[in-house]
Design a protein around this ligand. Structure first.
Ligand code: AMP
Length: 585
């Protein structure tokens, strides 16, 4: 197998890529590196991100930079700020042992003054977005008369993003004797036109239509009720304790909501979408790149240009409308020889979309069961044990505390100690998943069997009647919050909720009937004492907003007004739900 030593690369460059852990060149590198080292012929490369094309053009260009002169010798154009920064970072890594080579990034949305200052210091290689590069050329800050290399990276994406005019102007202005390299994932007519107009008999190389990582990506879907999408997402994250992935959402709003919920639930997640300022986006991206952030929730547009290897998961919180977008999303994992998973959380009406995607993917997407509490707890436990085994202890700093710790814990046996250490982190999982319902949909619903027990999917629900409703400001979300904030009910499967003016019907997993009665009966909600009953017999809720009829009234009558001296609700997020406390006297 070919190695980088087979190319005529300098030792400084070879050492840098060795440090990066590159062992064998990728197919595009095999073809491009010798071409650029040995010829001045223009090159068109059909290749997607993830194929290793930055090193393919970056290494031979770096080798040919003359650092004894100050002028700019290479310009790399790319469609987004993120990609531009990524290229700059990659090039800096490749140039680790070439300290005199200066590389600068210039892009829109950031202070042009700082970029002008950087350029004035001298930049041998400039990576930039077309708009900003053109602006700097027009200001005569970026001098291009002596460039030897012009790289158009993700040329098709630059056209999509409306940079055609800027690209034309740049291409027209640069000297003719340079070597032009054009990389593109697709080859539409406009790209061909650019190649014909501005390039001289370019050699065309292709590393195949598929992303090089596509073979390393496995595809799965989880079938759940639409309302359980978020719960399924949490389980996917929980069953993969070392997850490092992107969750794709459809809208900016949904992206923010999902990220907010994940953060609230204690996950190491954040959002990336167009409503954030550039500074906020940079901050999130830096955290994600440096792996300080495990889960990035993003829209397709915002995620464009993110080029992070080693992603373990792509999660389609919603399937995209266009099948190609799915391919693009999933191609972000399984790169550079690593394995990855692309998973989709879908409901039964979306199954046909999965079949459509399979057709262009030319791979099957298999159904996977949403993991249950047992499986998740097992995985989490194993991961924790692994961490205990591999954690680096800072002996010299911990030593002085050890005698005190040993003394304090000496009464505990080895087994007890282990149990307690593990419980510190593990208890919350055990607690959360104690009543965890099965989220998987059994495709054929068996229908409701009685009024008391509704059966949906593989659930048997009990229907309850509760003496508060709309006029008490109860909403479905508040009711679900109350249920989830109650220890004995947290995570319970909730069925249908019907909120009327003064009362509510809701369904909950039948296994939790007595816990539900206990959790609600005689508790206070916004100062009002509650009554709850299992709803039996034939009684249709009225569809109007009037009070229930007198026969209904019997079942929900009770203390409806707060008694003086009794505690009022705090109005916290759980809807002001408080345990009922009896008056002292
Ligand atoms: P690119 O297509 O240039 O964005 O590269 C995708 C990722 O693959 C980058 O993060 C590179 O660091 C990594 N990479 C590039 N070439 C190699 C190689 N020969 N061996 C291992 N990883 C590589």
């Amino acid at each position: 197998m070919l190695t980088f030593e087979n190319f005529d690369l300098s030792n400084n460059i070879l050492s840098a890529i060795k440090e990066l852990g590159f062992e064998n060149p990728t197919p595009i590198q095999e073809k491009t590196i010798p071409h650029l080292l040995n010829t001045k012929i223009d090159l068109v490369g059909l290749a997607q991100t993830g194929t290793g094309k930055t090193a393919a053009f970056g290494l031979p260009i770096l080798q040919q930079i003359n650092h004894h002169v100050k002028h700019t010798q290479c310009i790399i154009l790319s469609p987004t700020r993120e990609l531009c920064m990524q290229i700059t970072k990659d090039m800096e890594n490749f140039a680790k042992f070439l300290p005199d080579v200066r590389i600068t990034a210039v892009y829109g949305g950031a202070s042009i003054e700082n970029q002008i200052r950087d350029l004035k210091k001298g930049a041998h290689i400039v990576a930039g977005t077309p708009g900003r590069v053109l602006d700097l050329i027009k200001r005569s800050v970026l001098k291009i008369d002596k460039i030897q290399f012009l790289v158009l990276d993700e040329a098709d994406e630059m056209l999509h993003m409306g940079f055609k005019e800027d690209m034309d102007l740049i291409l027209e202005t640069t000297p003719t004797e340079k070597q032009t390299l054009l990389f593109s994932a697709t080859m539409p007519a406009e790209i061909r036109k650019i190649a014909e107009t501005y390039m001289h008999n370019p050699v065309e190389i292709s590393v195949g239509q598929k992303n090089s990582g596509a073979e390393n990506v496995e595809h799965f879907y989880y079938l759940v009720n639409a309302k359980n999408r978020y719960l399924a997402l949490k389980r996917i994250a929980d069953v993969n304790p070392d997850i490092y992935g992107i969750v794709f959402c459809r809208t900016r709003r949904e992206t923010q909501e999902v990220a907010d919920k994940l953060i609230q639930d204690g996950y190491n997640a954040d959002a990336l979408h167009g409503d954030l300022s550039q500074a906020q986006r940079d901050h999130v991206m830096n955290r994600f790149r440096s792996k300080h952030l495990q889960i990035l929730v993003a829209t397709d547009v915002a995620a464009r240009g993110i080029d992070v290897t080693e992603l373990t998961h792509i999660i389609n919180y919603n399937l995209p409308d266009e099948r190609e977008v799915y391919i693009h999303r999933s191609g972000r994992t399984g790169r550079a020889g690593k394995k990855g998973e692309s998973v989709s959380i879908i409901h039964s009406k979306e199954l046909h979309k999965i079949r459509e995607i399979e057709k262009i993917l030319k791979k099957s997407i298999s159904k996977r069961d949403v993991p249950g509490g047992q499986e998740i707890c097992h995985k989490q436990l194993l991961s924790m044990i692994d961490r205990i085994e591999t954690i680096e202890t800072i002996d010299n700093q911990i030593e002085e505390f050890l005698p005190h710790i040993y003394k304090k814990l000496e009464w505990l046996s080895r087994e007890d100690l282990i149990k307690r250490f593990v419980s510190i982190e593990f208890n919350r999982f055990l607690k959360y998943y104690k009543n965890a319902p099965d989220l998987n949909i059994i495709e054929k619903s068996r229908g409701e069997s009685s009024d008391k027990f509704a059966q949906k999917g593989n659930y048997k629900f009990t229907k309850f009647f509760l003496t508060i409703g709309e006029k008490d400001n109860l909403t479905k979300i508040k009711l679900m919050e109350i249920i989830n904030n109650t220890d004995t009910l947290a995570g319970a499967e909730i069925g249908k909720i019907d909120i009327f003016k003064g009362y509510t019907f809701f369904e909950i997993d039948s296994k939790l009937e007595s816990e539900t009665l206990k959790a609600f009966n005689n508790k206070r909600y916004m100062g009002k004492r509650l009554k709850i009953e299992v709803k039996t017999g034939e009684r249709k809720p009225r569809t109007d907003d009037r009070k229930p009829r007198s026969d209904d009234k019997k079942s929900w009558s009770g203390d409806r007004r707060p008694k003086s001296g009794e505690q009022r609700s705090s109005g916290k997020s759980s809807g002001g739900f408080k345990p009922y406390r009896k008056k002292r006297d």
